[in-house]
Design a protein around this ligand. Structure first.
Ligand SMILES: Cc1cc2nc3c(=O)[nH]c(=O)nc-3n(C[C@H](O)[C@H](O)[C@H](O)COP(=O)(O)OP(=O)(O)OC[C@H]3O[C@@H](n4cnc5c(N)ncnc54)[C@H](O)[C@@H]3O)c2cc1C
Length: 517
């Protein structure tokens, strides 16, 4: 059983479910409202699938006005709202609550404008990340932040989690590529922040909104920077006989002043699983491999790759292979981008997401391996090494009682290590329910108080995505904490209902008091 908890659902709201559904259908006529059990089950978890909750209902609005009407209704009727894009969160950021509706933006997926002259794309928040680049490609542009989940995840979700990706080493993460948003506040007010160019004449709230994990409002539109597509790009694949050698090579490349577009790290387990899934020619005899990509004109690419290969020589590589064609480059990236899916095919896993200073990479990898050994788990490491963004994937068996709790403890220890090494708790996946109780490892009481004051200013009744991000247990337990219900991993923790009913019974276990992760 898990140690993770969520606030006890408001039974008065649960009892009004029929009425809530009826009203939602009336006030947002173009919205899709899902109230049946099977439909709601599709949304019971995000990509942190170990945790599930069945929402009151799911609403998929068609436009900003409907989002506004839905939020106003929820505000007036004290119904909680969990904003959702594609549900690819790996930290439970979009896990529903039983007394919440899920407000899913995936139908709002239009490109509103590609303004090549000003290098801006204006899009609806539910568009997938990759669709922006696809829409801009004909005009010679692309959208730089490229999460590995980019075929599925939405720009609204990327903004809410400040997503990164392989190519963010050179171009920055979401916050560095965002110019403006349209956002609906908890009471239904529609507000524009930023604009369609840098330094738009407003108070700059974008860094506050970016990474706010659905706590402050629901983003419905975004204006993002477009980057001119480079003449070309090419990766080199370098195999090493130890993870430490690969890690030291990453630090040396960065220290040399070269800015590759991407430096991706894979350890031995990751190399083998990915190569089995997509035969990309990864070095199966290596303990670790780097994919280092540079871009520019043909001459620049040659020059930079030579420099990188020179640096790598100091770490005794056992293989070094420059891609010779666009097809080969695409294959190398296909293997990397399929990594999480490939590992998911052989085992359940919990994907950690912490950041460390680059110089601490060797120490961090040794630490991760020792921690996993202590908890008796195998681990595969595959991550954006150039950013110092670690992704240990802890392999476990979700069907073996006790393993979930152990993997949570193991993961928490890894994240604490990141903080101890001078890094931070979250890289690109957010805090969600997963890292909520670790916030005090990184922030002081004053830091968290200030964050809470902003939250309470914009969402005084804690209706937007409660139970996420802010600690609700132990020291400084917040006003949002009430009675807490333990979040079971097993589906039998769900309300046993199969139709729309007036009153919903629960058979989940309630716990009292304070218990820390
Ligand atoms: C296989 C795989 C690979 C991944 N690789 C990466 C990676 O390389 N880089 C990376 O950064 N992440 C990665 N992720 C994590 C995830 O894809 C990102 O966090 C992504 O930004 C989530 O987008 P989403 O649309 O799925 O959001 P969801 O999962 O639906 O929601 C995530 C959070 O955003 C909030 N939210 C969603 N939409 C809105 C909105 N319109 N307004 C306000 N709040 C909103 C939700 O409430 C929730 O807190 C990966 C996930 C998977 C499954």
């Amino acid at each position: 059983m898990s140690t993770v908890t969520l606030p006890d659902p408001d039974r008065a709201v649960m009892a009004r479910r029929n009425e809530v559904v009826k009203q939602l259908k009336k006030l947002a006529p173009k919205a899709v409202v899902i109230a049946d059990l099977e439909g709601r089950r599709t949304f019971e978890s995000d990509a942190l699938a170990a945790y599930r909750r069945l929402p009151l209902a799911v609403v998929l609005p068609a436009n900003t006005e409907e989002v506004s009407a839905i939020l106003r209704f929820c505000y007036e009727n004290h119904v909680k709202v969990v904003p959702r894009g594609a549900g690819t969160s790996l930290c439970g950021g979009a896990t529903p609550l039983e007394d919440s509706i899920v407000l899913c933006l995936s139908r709002m997926n239009q490109v509103l404008e590609i303004d090549a002259a000003n290098r801006v794309a204006r899009v609806e928040a539910g568009i997938t990340n990759i669709a922006i680049t696809q829409a801009a490609a004909a005009k010679g542009f692309f959208y730089a932040p490229d999460p590995s989940s980019q075929v599925a995840c939405t720009v609204g979700g990327n903004i809410a989690t400040n997503s990164g990706g392989a190519h963010c080493l050179k171009y920055g993460v979401t916050v560095n590529n965002l110019l403006g948003v349209r956002m609906v506040m908890v009471d239904g007010e529609i507000v524009d922040f930023g604009g369609t160019y840098l330094d738009a004449p407003n108070y700059d709230f974008l860094p506050l909104i970016t990474g706010s994990e659905g706590q402050l409002g629901v983003v419905t539109e975004a204006s993002v920077r477009l980057i001119a597509a480079p003449e070309g790009a090419r990766p080199v694949l370098i195999g090493f006989d130890s993870a430490n050698a690969a890690a030291s090579c990453v630090a040396a490349i960065i220290a040399s002043g070269i800015v590759p577009v991407a430096i991706e790290f894979m350890d031995r387990p990751a190399i083998h699983v990915c190569e089995h899934f997509v035969p990309a020619g990864y070095p199966l005899d290596a303990e670790a491999a780097l994919i280092v990509e540079v871009e520019g004109s043909e001459d620049e690419i040659e020059y930079l790759l030579e420099k990188i290969e020179d640096i790598a020589q100091d770490y005794n590589p056992i293989s070094m292979r420059r891609s010779q064609s666009d097809e080969e480059s695409a294959l190398i990236w296909k293997g990397r981008k399929a990594a999480f899916g490939a590992i998911g095919q052989i085992s359940d896993y919990m994907c950690m997401d912490g950041v460390i200073p680059l110089s601490a990479l060797p120490e961090a990898l040794t630490g991760v391996s020792l921690i996993c050994r202590k908890y008796r788990f195998d681990v595969a490491n595959i991550f954006h090494a150039g950013d110092g963004n670690l992704h240990p994937l802890i392999l476990y068996d979700a069907n073996d009682p006790g393993q979930l709790e152990r993997v949570e403890l193991c993961g928490a220890e890894i994240l604490k290590l990141c903080v101890e090494l001078g890094g931070c708790l979250t890289g690109e996946h957010g805090v969600g329910i997963e890292k909520r109780e670790l916030m005090y490892e990184q922030f002081t009481d004053e830091d968290i108080d200030q964050q809470v004051r902003i939250k309470e200013e914009l969402d005084p009744a804690w209706l937007l995505n409660p139970g996420k991000v802010f600690p609700i247990l132990g020291r400084g337990a917040l006003k949002q904490s009430m009675d807490l219900t333990r979040l079971d991993a097993a589906p039998d923790g769900l309300p046993p209902e199969d139709t729309l009913v007036d009153e919903v019974e629960f058979d989940v276990e309630y716990i009292e008091g304070e218990e820390r992760l």
